[in-house]
Design a binder for this molecule. Structure first.
Ligand code: AMP
Ligand code: ZN
Ligand code: FE
Ligand code: FE
Length: 285
């Protein structure tokens, strides 16, 4: 229920991600590229060409949002959105803005590194991305690996690109309440992605999740590679208390991360609760 393709910062094409899910024996894949639905058509075609009976594709996206952290500051949170109408005008406009902002910021980060003598070529980096695609830090991390500056994407984040690293730059993301509302108005549903993933920087408090639940948030991603056992337990209790649907996902990025597809799962019961009322798009398969 949380998979990235080369339409954002994964390394498998959308069709490749579908094939990887089939090869792993999964029943469902949700394609959730950052701030785009550009991979849906190719993934749908792959399901029609290669899908086995019962295999389903849930079209989705992962939206970059800004939220109060519950401690007086603001943080970036990610919202998994499913089965929304991608042609909803408000949503289209906001995603277009976000993608432009992502590309601008990625180029600036690359320029700053090049200016400091790192062997990255901002123009080549940007030229290597599909037009209007949501560039992200993993693209720059990969360029640093290819240039031999670091040995892995993870090392690039630790040393240069992570939230507290020297070349990190923030973005102007969508206010999270607005994003929840926009997706609901587009007939879809929302799940807060990896809310307590401390390795990514400051996270939100339980109070923030409670407040979002009161404003239309439908679920919370509990089983995620960046959540340890204690965190999962705490989140499971919170979800039960708030009536939020518990989900899981590998956050698969192909070879940009060392996490196999299907390493974390969503129970079938959660899937039904989450998706039954959606009207914006159809499940494929
Ligand atoms: P961006 O969207 O440009 O802010 O970059 C965020 C992306 O980088 C997300 O897809 C994360 O999964 C990935 N990411 C964040 N932190 C790390 C890390 N420490 N190592 C590898 N990938 C990361
Ligand atoms: Zn990503
Ligand atoms: Fe995320
Ligand atoms: Fe993700």
């Amino acid at each position: 229920m949380h998979v990235h393709s080369s339409e954002s910062d994964g390394t498998d094409t959308p069709a490749g991600a579908v094939r990887a899910a089939l090869d792993a024996g999964l029943d469902v894949i949700a394609l959730t590229d950052h701030d785009t639905s550009a991979g849906w058509a190719e993934a749908e075609q792959a399901v029609r060409d290669h899908g086995r009976p019962g295999f389903r594709l849930v079209p989705g996206a992962e939206l970059s949002c800004e939220s109060s952290d519950g401690r007086g500051g603001t943080v970036t949170v990610h919202l998994l959105a499913y089965l929304f109408d991608p042609d909803s005008p408000a949503l289209r406009e906001e995603q277009l803005r976000l993608r432009a902002e992502r590309r601008e910021r990625l180029e600036q980060m690359a320029r700053r590194m090049a200016g400091d003598g790192f062997p990255v070529d901002p123009e080549a980096l940007m030229a290597g991305l599909p037009p209007d695609s949501p560039g992200g830090r993993p693209h720059l991390a990969r360029a640093l690996v290819e240039a031999g500056t670091v040995n892995s994407v993870t090392e690039a984040f630790d040393r240069y690109l992570g939230t507290h690293a020297p070349y990190y730059m923030p973005r102007a993301d969508t206010p999270v309440h607005r994003a929840v509302r926009m997706i609901a108005e587009a007939g879809g549903t929302t799940v807060l992605a990896h809310p307590f993933a401390v390795s990514r920087g400051q996270t939100v408090t339980a109070e923030v999740i409670t407040e979002l639940a009161g404003h239309g948030l439908r679920g919370v991603e509990i089983d995620h590679p960046d959540h340890d056992e204690g965190t999962r337990r705490r989140l499971r209790e919170l979800a039960a208390e708030l009536g939020l649907v518990p989900t899981g996902g590998s956050d698969y990025h192909g070879t940009n991360k060392n996490i196999p597809i299907g390493s974390e799962r969503t129970p079938e019961e959660s899937l039904a609760r989450l998706l039954d009322d959606c009207t914006g798009s159809k499940i494929i398969g």
